[in-house]
Design a protein around this ligand. Sequence first.
Ligand code: CMX
Length: 136
Amino acid sequence: MTRQLDHLAIAVRSIEASLPLYRDVLGLELHGHEEVAEQRVKVAVLRAGDTRIELLEPTSADSPVAKFIEKRGEGLHHLAVRVDEVGAELNRLASQQIPLIDKQPRQGAEGARIAFLHPKGTGGVLIELVERPAET
Ligand code: CMX
């Protein structure tokens, strides 16, 4: 099976302030906005061909994305790879001793099931697994 990049996520202080670059200057189509309460972020999704760019704005000071911006400033936050079943993939990676942030899938934007690998096991890159509902 050929896997694909599902999205790249950019941590921003303000979606309103950041959106014009991606939508108006770069010409990417704005697909939608939503709040992912569990992650304490607002997300703007832009389509870029078969993949997406997500702008992540923290909704509270204790959001993981707020912590990231405080420590490193705005910028590239994570990349996401699409998989068929996040749960099965987590089991496979755990059996290979890949350090995981999430032992179980959780809820992401656009109805997806997601899980994060720990950047200490991936050369400092935060990587997300994404399982999408069939119609998206
Ligand atoms: N990229 C690379 N390294 C990162 C990182 C990132 N985006 N965010 C944190 N880290 C590093 C930290 O610098 C820290 O390193 P040190 O131990 O060397 O200081 C280490 O990872 C742990 O970070 P932490 O914030 O202290 O640890 P937590 O366990 O609190 O957080 C993490 C783990 C990184 C998964 C969490 O902060 C996070 O970013 N979660 C994802 C939030 C998110 O993107 N939600 C939106 C999902 C929407 C969707 O895609 O559907």
